[in-house]
Design a protein. Structure first.
Lengths: 472, 472
């Protein structure tokens, strides 16, 4: 075990006035934290060292499906800030350097140069863990064959694009029908593929209730996508060339020239676990509201590697989403820089689209509510994005859950076309404020015929929910 | 004075079990109230008589600019419910019948058949006043000339369309640059006219602060509309044929083949005033939170003829907007039908568009805040509707006002393209909930690259405002 940190100037410098902040992970949460800490304190007061094992920093993983689909033409458009830009702000960024151990007791991390294999320890006064998430890769025969791709990193995206460029066949199978799955289905449709989505759930988009997922299913079929539900993938078949040629489920076989895995992610917390830091039921690090790892004074964590408090259910959950990671980074950087900020929690808002279909949700699904002991009334309404007489008014379905008796809003799901997705923000703010559906019926929302019917679809749902709550 | 009400069966029927509800005004507020009261109580319990002086019921006045502009092809598309449909629900609707007096002491109204001139009294147990608003018509020479049009009613819209069909010249002048003015500018551009907007204000859209109005000014000029600010119209000139030919201001003359007046409206409360009912500083009826006219037990009022409580300033204001009228009607009908409902007030949300320019506001402008004694911090930010790398990401300017010290959100104004307008709903809900801008920075809003940058523009503004508040 090397102790050569001093050779790179990273030993604890007693007598120096500057503290050292070490950041593990160079994407959204980590580099937002580093940047914000730098805004709070200059290099004379705070040295910042950041380790990133990959080739890129601060990129939009959420943008990868649109790059693969061709809406975004250049990989570098997805990069918000390059290593050079970070270094120009006095952040000592070590690329292709993987942290292999956190020694909380002695306040140091061990890092390995990915290319040379050389290891060294770096001491810290303050530590930020932003190790992200890793995609779930099924332990299936053939899952590592050429032609099978994840889409978690920019490298993954490039590899998939390389495969698409090489592949003559036009049959694509997407395994998984969550956000990544449906967005990749759109990307491959845009690239001219025949797309089959194979999904173990009853309906696509298991982040929605099945009745709303059904609407997504039907709309995706309307786009020419073959949707296979209730299907467990058992293996991937390869051809004589070793490349993937089919996806096999319990009862069928789907020919594939390319396979995309979009099964979801898990918190990347191996290092944290080995260091004895507290993990929650979903495998993510547990923090306090200032994003400090519980039980630690000088260790923060944020982004896809932590669990967050769901303000509606009152319980922790894991959500890998760039917007949360950026907020975490902002809070961590403020605190690590000597200021004060908190991240109060989430309400579980998410939006997505497949071609012109918009899908949104916030708060609890029916099964989430039941799991935490909440009884509720549920309503579903049909309305339109604009006044019914206005051109391009498109249908929209809104489902709303409200707590029995109290009438507190518990969740909203929306499926529709243009104007459907971001309407969920109305409910996201109302959830945050703890509003009842009765209160929501009086919300003063923007109205003009090109923007909304005279009763916004969310208000129509609130009115119907309020009637049911009164009778509950 | 005729007392012949009995001849139409409208005298007070002592001994009958049914109460009588009389509604004055057959548009949004009045007919929503009538319909909701009918849902609450059947005809055996509640007789409902509604008077409408015009030809139409329950139509979307907000839709008239889109009908004139050709986006809506048929007048009847704007009619939500016809007189026959109301009558089929056991509402005794008297069209072309104008109420000329309210006798609160004796619980009766006098109505006149517009065509025959015959008058009669109708007694009521409960009364709803929904007399709407009347457009401001300048007392100017030439203002009544052929070719000069308001756009308040369906009849107005038809008259304007008839003029457009007859007129060979292509020069249109719109007087006024509020919502109606800018929407009519779009309508006339869509009809192929050269459009000049003459506006007495410093910038168009005086419902925005002038710095944001400036953005509207520039965008409208970019659409080829001639914008004239700081201009007081002094007269309208007519030609030999008696038709309008020019609009004259203090220092210029604008040739016009057609003139549209979009100067705003005032509450239509002559009847209410004559009956001794309480009016506010803006000329609208004053009600309690159940929409009952103050001091009255069995008289309600709603829609464009009332003042509403502004929840941000704590003072009454007048807002003529269909969405409020519908909510008022719902509340009034519930209460008049023996139930319970309230209208808590407004936060002043409004959206509009001119071609692809979207304009939105909620809460207080700078001058509103100053008028009610609020000190504030103001920030303006530029962002985009989608992730910057996503196709069709369009620029958006967000201005945000927050109270000094408390940081309470006071108002938001947004000018941009697609996706700008309805974003104001985020702020509308936050205002209703009394959130601070610091709290808003943590809002869990929908994020995906086609819908928003990773920090939604409203959050970017909230972050900047929070920084200023901390320093205030």
């Amino acid at each position: 075990m090397s102790m050569s940190g001093a050779s790179r100037g990273t030993g604890r410098r007693t007598g120096s006035g500057a503290e050292r902040l070490v950041v593990i992970g160079g994407d959204a949460a980590g580099m937002s934290a580093a940047s914000q800490a730098r805004r709070m304190k200059g290099p004379d007061e705070l040295e910042i060292v950041a380790f990133e094992r990959g080739h890129f920093t601060s990129y939009s993983a959420c943008g990868i499906p649109y790059w693969v689909g061709g809406d975004v033409t250049e990989r570098d458009q997805l990069i918000a800030r390059t290593p050079e830009e970070h270094r120009a702000r006095d952040i000592d960024l070590r690329m292709r350097t993987e942290v292999t151990e956190i020694d909380v007791g002695r306040g140091r991390v061990r890092a390995r140069d990915v290319d040379s294999g050389a290891e060294s320890w770096t001491s810290y006064d303050k530590l930020v863990i932003a190790t992200g998430a890793r995609p779930i890769r099924p332990d299936l025969p053939g899952a590592d064959a050429p032609g099978v791709h994840g889409v978690q990193t920019l490298d993954d995206g490039q590899a998939l694009l390389d495969t698409l460029a090489r592949t003559r066949g036009r049959r694509a199978v997407v395994v998984g029908a969550g956000y990544i799955g449906v967005e990749m289905a759109e990307a491959l449709i845009n690239r001219g593929y025949e797309v089959t989505v194979v999904n173990r759930g009853k309906e696509p988009m298991s982040t929605l209730d099945p009745d709303m997922g059904r609407l997504v299913h039907e709309a995706m079929e309307g786009l020419g996508i073959t949707m296979v539900n209730d299907a467990e993938v058992t293996k991937l078949l390869t051809g004589d060339d070793g490349r993937v040629r089919a996806v096999v489920t319990d009862d069928a076989e789907y020919p594939a020239d390319v396979v995309v895995l979009g099964i979801g992610v898990r918190p990347e917390t191996g290092l944290a676990k080995a260091a004895g830091l507290p993990l929650g039921n979903h495998g993510g690090l547990l923090t306090d509201l200032a994003m400090r790892v519980r039980g630690q004074q000088n260790v923060w964590a944020g982004g896809d590697c932590v669990e967050v408090l769901d303000l509606v259910s009152g319980q922790e959950r894991h959500i890998a989403l760039g917007t949360h990671a950026n907020k975490h980074g902002q809070v961590i950087g403020t605190n690590a820089g000597g200021g004060y900020a908190t991240f109060p929690g989430v309400v579980g808002t998410a939006v997505s689209k497949v071609c012109d279909l918009e899908i949104a949700r916030t708060g609890l699904r029916e099964k989430d509510a039941l799991r935490v002991g909440l009884q509720f009334e549920s309503v579903t309404i049909e309305s339109t994005s604009r006044a019914g007489y206005y051109p391009d008014a498109s249908p929209m379905t809104v489902k709303m859950l409200a707590e029995r008796r109290t009438g507190r809003l518990l969740g909203v799901q929306i499926v529709g076309r243009e104007g459907a997705g971001k309407r969920v923000d109305i409910a996201a703010v109302a959830l945050t404020a703890g509003m009842t559906v009765e209160q929501m019926t009086a919300l003063d929302l923007g109205y003009a015929p090109p923007f909304s019917p005279v009763w916004d679809p969310v208000l129509v749902a609130a009115r119907k929910a309020a009637v049911k709550v009164r009778a509950s």
